[in-house]
Design a protein around this ligand. Sequence first.
Ligand code: LMR
Length: 439
Amino acid sequence: MAVVAQLSPSSYTETTRLSSSQLSLSSTHLSSLRRRAFRPIIRPRNPTISCSVNQVQAPVAVEQDDPKSKTNDCYGVFCLTYDLKAEEETKSWKKMVNIAVSGAAGMIANHLLFKLAAGEVLGPDQPIALKLLGSERSLQALEGVAMELEDSLFPLLREVKIGINPYELFEDAEWALLIGAKPRGPGMERAGLLDINGQIFAEQGKALNAVASRNVKVIVVGNPCNTNALICLKNAPSIPAKNFHALTRLDENRAKCQLALKAGVFYDKVSNMTIWGNHSTTQVPDFLNARINGLPVKEIIKDHKWLEEGFTETIQKRGGLLIKKWGRSSAASTAVSIVDAMKSLVTPTPEGDWFSSGVYTNGNPYGIAEDIVFSMPCRSKGDGDYELVKDVIFDDYLRKRIAKTEQELLAEKKCVAHLTGEGIAFCDLPEDTMLPGEM
Ligand code: LMR
């Protein structure tokens, strides 16, 4: 199999002159190049040079106005593109997976991208391409992210592309990790936040609908993530609504940790932890169905008042407390929880256990209103899909709390009717509930 390297306009100093659509960084496998004693040469901008490394051939100049040479504009080590099929065969690597990440220059992504590229999420035999979406403002920072990815020499990282156009970056995406959103500014009403971010997610939904894989799995992290996920899926009618998730895995992890702390056990002993509803201060961490060492939490933790009040409020407001301490929103633990959420979809859920995810409510067995994105207990066979868990119990306390978070999501939905194709928005939020970080 011929190994073809394309050397195109290169060097970091040139990158600031490239337009966003030109910042396409196509990947590489540096160690394989080294094995082939191939030495990349940094060349001036044009023309693009193609050469075969396997059967040494004279470089062939590519015309400057060749459209392909434009989309391959790049710099540094990611300029080298070549066919690695031979390596796929010898190493039994899987077919490359495209992962699109929005908000890619932010703190959460900065933790996440290096886990993805290291193979921590999809495994050591899964090559990936990272498509990093930023904004005009963050484009230079995105170049910095790409430089750090380069310098990490990840064998599994085949391709890195950066830009600001979701229609380019979401092309053939099999995963879309939508992190980028505007934070609520001083004096901004929650309705304003819903509208500003909703517009971002409406556009991204349209882009996914137009160019992503029909089987793309979308994890919405940018807040308010449940309603953003609803907007996104409504704008992507060609993609199954089931494929859209709002990230509540961080809340699940936080709840497991606090239960473990109270019970005096290591947190791996806590299972069956459901977060119901909205990723906001109305969310319901379900201690009725959760288990510690396989036993109902209420049998292990006898302080039921703490469960109903202290524990519940701690989880609901954990993000806010963290902002107070850190001076910024959770980043590393959010990235870890995105990894957990992805792994939960690509690995079979352990027998008898489940995980939480904000998913589309149509057809849910709990009597929760249809047509919203609501965190519920899910199980997966490891194929990227999931089913809702049926064997959960409810009591009055749980029902009442679930109704409150459900009302909040129904009210949020009315605020964004103009973005979901359901007419004129009418925003009358029952009370100004907050994101976990807004306290
Ligand atoms: C979190 O739960 O840590 C974040 O969603 C908080 C926030 O509002 O940024």
